[in-house]
Ligand binder design. Structure first.
Ligand code: AMP
Ligand code: MG
Length: 547
């Protein structure tokens, strides 16, 4: 069938490519434009408005004064078939700064809604993201390219459509760090400084300041969010909703098309639920806190998307959130992420129910979420201790979290250190255990008092570990416990240096985060606990949605 997302080359120039010295050469980059096969907004100006009956609006990026390539991910360039010489060419810089698109690109912003902090927020849409099209790789896979921070769109709701260097750098490096951790995520091709200031009131306290602007080019098979489906459903536009569902399935979940028609939506939804469960289980494994799990920030591919006020658990505390905007309700704190993902899936199910005579089968998808999450979370939690999957260790695992919390132990460093633990001494030698734990505590004075709680826990751990081959334990520990995560204070160091024109911290961090599970003895500094200066510093411990 000529699918809604079928190849839509709009330009006769699709065989142009940029070669060695920046000139256009022969080999083709093939672009598809899936959104152009769905209803498109007939209005082409970028003024803020409600867009009904359409899933996207055509809008060009706004040119910037003095673009500069600040960083690039060669792995992502390779996925796209971009040679290094191309990435360093002026044509590349101008295109990915939004100044001069390649002829085969078609710029548009997509239309979605969402539940924000538990409440329906109406139309949101790509307020500062502009799609350029989906590049088709030599193996047939497609990769959508999107500029974030490239200027206003009809969905900007009065904002400027821009992004500041600090938030763009955070998105660029964190999405790449997540990919190297093996966690489903959107990717980032490059980070480009715009040479233009952006005004932001970072802490929303009446102190707006000019900050350097930057644009990230994000890459994913699709950027479709739960909110893309919720908006037409909320508006009662079932025709548009059906078109979008058909398009999403045809393009991203083709195997579902082999099922009888009535089974497709529940089967597809179940798969979205499974992927979401998998993603959140990984977040819990590495201590990642997304910070703004609104339904417009949930990908139907189960990718981590929209890196805003995220953070990495430092002292173990399930109620911790990096997002100051959420400090009161703590809706999106570390410990609630699994429950919130389920709630978000429920919102998606409600939207899809509009297309079904009997929505009951969607319940199976929600149940599947719980099953997959529980199984993966157990597997990962035990894996972090070097142990195989098992049922019924949940109480023992929550006891561990209670003990770690009691003396503010650093999540990443504690689990990583288990490779060096002498399991024969741990549960019997108080001095040894306290000495083992203390260097990773943010409140070392509290550690000795926890011994009586640790002792029975450790004795059971010793029994379980002794039953395993030590080599297998070692490999499980390394596989589940990264040494390097993108702690907020590290991000801040890279941001401060980059803002002063020094890109070396960003480059070095990017290098280290490419191999997060390797020891990398020359990079110990990047595995250090959060220093005291970062404890209350904005950007390190306090992040807002202002970006
Ligand atoms: P977020 O909290 O980043 O997921 O953004 C929520 C909504 O606000 C999305 O529709 C964004 O596109 C939009 N948005 C955020 N920042 C800006 C901005 N500076 N200009 C225009 N739209 C924005
Ligand atoms: Mg968002």
């Amino acid at each position: 069938m000529p699918g809604f997302f079928s190849c839509g080359l709009r330009s006769p120039n699709h065989s142009r490519r940029i070669g060695q010295n920046g000139q256009m050469s022969q080999a083709p980059f093939r672009f598809e434009h899936p959104f152009l096969d769905l209803p498109v907004d007939p209005v082409t100006s970028s003024h803020t408005r409600q867009v009904t009956g359409a899933l996207s609006s055509q809008v060009l990026p706004t040119p910037v004064a003095a673009p500069r390539l600040l960083a690039q991910a060669f792995e992502v360039a390779a996925l796209l078939g971009f040679e290094d010489s191309l990435v360093h060419s002026d044509e590349f810089l101008q295109a990915f700064a939004g100044n001069r698109l390649w002829p085969q690109m078609q710029a548009l912003a997509s239309n979605y809604g969402g539940h924000q902090f538990g409440h329906w927020a109406g139309q949101l849409g790509d307020g500062r993201a502009i799609h350029l099209g989906a590049l088709v790789g030599s193996d047939g896979r497609h990769f959508e390219l999107q500029l974030k921070g490239a200027g206003p769109t009809p969905y900007s709701r009065g904002s400027d459509g821009r992004a500041v260097l600090r938030s763009s750098l955070r998105e660029f490096l964190c999405s790449e760090a997540m990919a190297h951790l093996g966690i489903p995520t959107t990717r980032a091709l490059c980070l480009i400084g715009t040479g233009e200031p952006v005004i932001r009131d970072m802490l929303y306290d009446g102190h707006p300041e000019a900050e350097p602007g930057a644009i990230v080019c994000r890459v994913a098979s699709s950027f479709l969010r739960f909110g893309h489906f919720e908006l037409p459903a909320r508006r009662g536009d079932v025709v548009l909703l059906q078109q979008l569902v058909d398009a999403a399935i045809t393009r991203e979940f083709q195997h579902v098309l082999t099922l009888p028609e009535a089974e497709r939506i529940p089967a597809w939804f179940t798969e979205v639920a499974e992927r979401t469960a998998e993603m959140v289980a990984h977040w819990m494994r590495v201590g990642f806190v997304h910070g703004v799990m609104n339904t417009d920030n949930m990908s139907i591919l189960g990718l981590t998307i929209d890196y805003g006020p995220y953070g990495w658990l430092e002292e173990v505390d399930p109620s911790w959130t990096p997002n100051t905007t959420d400090a009161m309700g703590r809706r999106y704190c570390y410990g609630r992420q699994p429950e919130i993902a389920h709630w978000n899936l429920y919102c998606l199910a409600q939207a899809l129910a509009q297309l079904m005579d009997d929505p009951e089968p969607l319940q199976a998808g929600l149940r599947r979420y719980a099953e997959v999450f529980t199984a993966r979370h157990r597997e990962f939690s035990l894996g972090k201790l070097g142990l195989p999957s098992a049922e019924n260790r949940d109480d023992w695992l929550s006891e561990l979290f209670g003990l770690l919390r009691a003396s503010a132990i650093d999540f990443t460093r504690f689990f990583r250190s288990l490779g060096e633990l002498d399991i024969d001494r741990a549960g019997t030698d108080e001095g040894y255990w306290i000495g083992f734990l203390t260097p990773n505590s943010y409140e070392p004075d509290t550690v000795p008092a926890t011994w009586s709680g640790w002792q029975p826990w450790l004795q059971r751990y010793a029994l379980l570990r002794r039953a395993e081959d030590p080599e297998v334990v070692r490999s499980r520990l390394v596989r589940h416990n990264p040494k390097f995560v993108f702690r907020n204070y590290l991000a801040q160091q890279a941001i401060d240096a980059a803002a002063a024109g020094d890109l070396s911290v960003l480059e070095r961090l990017h290098e280290v985060l490419r191999r997060p599970y390797d020891d990398q003895p020359d990079a110990e500094a990047f595995a250090a606990m959060r220093p005291d200066w970062a404890r209350r510093k904005p950007g390190c411990s306090m992040l807002s949605c202002s970006s």
